[in-house]
Design a protein around this ligand. Structure first.
Ligand code: PLP
Length: 432
């Protein structure tokens, strides 16, 4: 080629949550039955969307108007509905103009980082949700910049680490939080959020809060929205319907911009995001039109609460079962639908393995584990020996060694069987 084709940042794009699927598919062809514990898609794990929600969507699909473009920023009535919903919480107030729709939060995330100056950095949590960390790193042509979440302290942010990195890295312009968090399942208490807001004020930063799991809390937790704690700091909350409704295939999410009047630079960034969407014309119309009808229906909260209760039960079962292995660090989860299990330091070794009967599968796993981090090694053996497909935590920009599981299995017996098998396999692996 006459000139270089690929940007430097392109090598930062990685998404192990789907990479592992390639390996699982190879083993599936060899006859291994796969239990998918890698991806946060409730529909794939047999969640059934209620008939009343399907009826709303069917009726919309029968209406000609839903086949047209929407306003560039998103359906006005929907944005008005969402602004009122935010304002009722009593924190930072917005109008429909402060809301911008995207084709899923994945689209919002990549667009936001794309329009930040390439020298400006957003510091995010580690373990990191790769869509954020990869997109931010790609925009900056650099490795992701992260602060530690501490598994020995309920996965709360290590505030000293965060403060140090903000203080000594003048390129940091924003702090990202994911609350409730993927991949740890933690929900942050108000004091932690107040501490992050205070840090943003002190260093003149903006805040970004990914709240896609805001209404998915259980085990007595309540999640605070950014708008409730942000005070006068400029900030963006990211919200969507992929997880809460759940309708991930709709590809529909939105951002809410708070305190645009407090910083002209922040206001310009929000305007640039509006302009970027205008160039694309708009995001998908039909799911936007469904939002007020579904989220505004009182049946929605009954339905969501029932689902949350079920996730809470699974969370407790999984944490209790895996807590029987003393070499693991286990935290009970309070939100979203993942748990991250960490191996204590020094317990993983290069020669550990699980017995795999099928010689073809055994050979493949032995080839894959050459030179990989120790948690990848465990994950590949687990996949080969049991078909259980989890994601290694070192792929979430983390120095920790462990793996992420989901709390989505609808079939209680299968869930019990899967996590009992995970527990037994860990014991066998560590003893090997
Ligand atoms: N943000 C977080 C924290 C997620 O976990 C996910 C998906 O797993 C997304 C964003 C992407 O959401 P969407 O389906 O709206 O693109």
């Amino acid at each position: 080629m006459r000139q270089k084709l690929l940007s430097e940042g392109a090598k930062e794009l990685s998404y192990e949550i789907r990479e592992i699927v390639k390996k699982a598919n190879i083993l599936q062809k060899e006859g291994v039955e796969i239990t998918w514990e890698n991806i946060g898609d409730p529909i794939q794990k047999n969640a059934k969307v209620p008939e009343w929600i399907k009826e709303i969507i069917q009726n919309l699909a029968a209406d000609n108007i839903t086949y047209g473009y929407s306003d560039s920023k998103g359906e006005l009535k929907t944005r008005e509905f969402l602004a009122v919903r935010n304002n009722e919480m009593g924190g930072a107030q917005i109008t429909a103009d402060d809301i911008l729709f995207f084709n899923g939060l994945g689209d919002a995330i990549s667009t936001l980082y794309q329009y930040l100056d390439s020298t400006s950095r957003v510091i995010g949590p580690s373990p990191a949700y790769s869509t954020h960390s990869s997109a931010e790193a790609a925009h900056a042509n650099h490795k992701p910049l992260t602060y530690k979440l501490d598994p020995e302290n309920s996965w709360y942010p290590d505030m000293e680490d965060l403060r140090n990195k903000v203080e000594f890295n003048p390129n940091v312009v924003a702090i990202l939080l994911i609350n409730p968090d993927n991949p740890t399942g933690m929900v942050y208490p108000k004091e932690i959020l107040d501490g992050i807001v205070a840090l943003a004020k002190e260093f003149d930063l903006m805040l970004i809060s990914d709240e896609i799991y805001h209404h998915i809390t259980y085990n007595g937790a309540r999640s605070y929205a950014l708008s409730e704690v942000i005070d006068d700091v400029p900030g963006i909350a990211m919200k969507g319907i992929s997880k809460e409704m759940p309708w991930p295939g709709a590809r529909c999410g939105w951002i809410e911009c708070y305190n645009r009047d407090k910083s002209s630079e922040f206001d310009q960034l929000c305007n640039a995001l509006d302009d970027a969407k205008m160039i694309e014309v708009c995001s998908t119309t039909l799911p936007q039109m469904a939002i007020p009808k579904i989220l505004g229906d009182e049946r929605f909260f009954e339905y969501r609460n029932a689902l949350n209760k079920k996730i809470g039960w699974r969370s407790t079962f999984i944490a209790d079962t895996l807590s029987e292995v003393p070499e693991l660090i286990i935290n009970k989860t309070y939100g979203a639908f993942y748990n991250t299990i960490v191996f204590k330091e020094g317990v993983l070794k290069k020669d550990q393995s699980l017995e795999i009967e099928n010689p073809e599968v055994k050979q493949k796993v032995e080839d894959w584990v050459e030179g990989v981090p120790l948690d990848f090694r465990f994950v590949y053996y687990l996949l080969g020996a049991t078909g259980i497909c989890v994601v290694p935590i070192s792929s979430f920009c983390s120095d920790l060694l462990g793996f992420r599981v989901t709390l989505l299995e609808e079939d209680e017996e299968l869930l019990k069987k899967t996590f009992t098998q995970v527990r037994d396999s860990i014991q066998e692996y560590l003893d090997s």
